[in-house]
Write a protein that binds this ligand. Structure first.
Ligand SMILES: *Cc1c(COP(=O)(O)O)cnc(C)c1O
Length: 343
């Protein structure tokens, strides 16, 4: 396979259109067969549901080249299922898992030249999304929708190794109790932009959001779930109905338990307890697992003993094991790696 000529290690994390994307349209109660198109632009009504009332949901996953030279996707079935959980919450139509996986396969095959080579640290990021395309003016769900998948090559999230992050406890909330925090809706991101930009302006890498009901419990950052490590090497992740169920987090917990023999627990985590943990990391598709060195809560600083220079010991083990599973260095659990192009 002839690859496009890109400086894979230095492409960064930004949108770089590839040749081909997938599109299926929902009309009169059913989805069209779906096809590839070279047109990266979308023409819709000025009154489309997505434009007026933010009726849009998305997913994010990656395709990459393993050590063996295969091009694969990581657990895309879970993205298909989560997309449908989001669709139900926003009164959008279900998109079958089978068609979703077929769309992923078509997009990766058509853009194989953009799938970064093994060892570059880069991946082909896939962005499936669905939005209300027909006009609405009174508040109600659209009648027509589009489901699309585009792809864009992205560089290694952390060039030159992962430096521990400094987070601040946000004075804003990300997700209301019984709201939409548990689904991947664009609206959750629109309303977090102000809080995110404010945190960056104040010199922090990311926000920590607390539960909106009591503001005593740690939920997640704007786009990544938490893992904490206790003194006796137990892996803890916050439990809440308003956290987005990260596929990376679910995979890391499995790896911790089954591959590393660590005890894992999903439970409520109070802000007050943070100082008791020895390591902290945030996880998501893009960076897999990033170490957190420090948390700032108004005038109080919580410094994890893993420090500001490198990943904590357990965090590093978790990172190495999951990336090893993804890249084919370590045997993956059944069904985790979906082969798209055999070497
Ligand atoms: C997408 C997302 C994550 C990470 O989920 P992954 O499936 O691991 O990529 C975490 N939090 C929020 C709010 C998200 O939207």
């Amino acid at each position: 396979m002839e690859k496009v000529n890109l400086d894979w290690e230095n492409i960064g994390f930004s949108y770089r259109p590839t040749n081909t994307r997938y599109v299926s349209a929902y009309k009169d109660g059913r989805w069209s067969a779906g096809q590839l198109t070279e047109d990266a632009n979308i023409v819709i009504s000025e009154s489309a549901g997505v434009l007026q009332y933010a009726q849009t949901i998305f997913e994010g996953l990656k395709a990459y080249t393993t050590k063996h030279g295969d091009i694969v996707a990581f657990r895309p079935d879970l993205n298909a299922q989560r997309l449908n959980d989001s669709a139900k919450r926003l009164e959008m139509p279900i998109f079958s898992e089978e068609q979703f996986l077929n769309g992923i396969e078509q997009v990766v095959k058509a853009n194989a030249a953009y799938v970064p080579p093994y060892g570059s640290g880069a991946t082909l990021y896939l962005r499936p999304f669905m939005y209300g395309s027909s006009p609405v003016i009174g508040v109600r769900p659209a009648e027509e929708y589009q489901f699309r998948i585009f792809s864009t090559p992205v560089g290694p999230y952390f060039k030159g190794g992962a430096k521990p992050l400094t987070l601040c406890v946000s004075e804003f909330d990300r997700a209301a109790s019984r709201g939409t925090g548990h689904v991947k809706a664009g609206l959750n991101y629109a309303m977090s932009l102000y809080a995110g930009v404010t945190a960056k302006r104040n010199g922090f890498d990311e926000n920590i959001y607390l539960d909106s009901a009591t503001r005593t419990k740690v939920e997640e950052t704007g786009g990544a779930n938490f893992l904490f490590i206790t003194k006796d090497k137990k892996v803890i992740t916050p439990k809440s109905d308003t956290i987005l169920p990260s596929i990376t987090r679910r995979s890391l917990l499995y790896v911790a338990k089954v591959y590393l023999g660590l005890e894992v627990e999903e439970r409520e985590v109070y802000l007050e307890e943070l100082a008791d943990f020895v390591e902290c990391g945030i996880c998501g598709t893009a960076a897999v697992l990033s170490p957190v060195g420090k948390v700032v809560d108004r005038d109080q600083e919580i410094c994890f003993s893993s420090g500001m220079e490198k990943m904590g010991e357990i965090t590093q083990k978790l990172y190495d094991t999951l990336t090893g599973v993804q890249m084919g260095d370590i045997v993956a659990p059944e069904g985790w790696i979906r082969e798209i192009i055999k070497a």
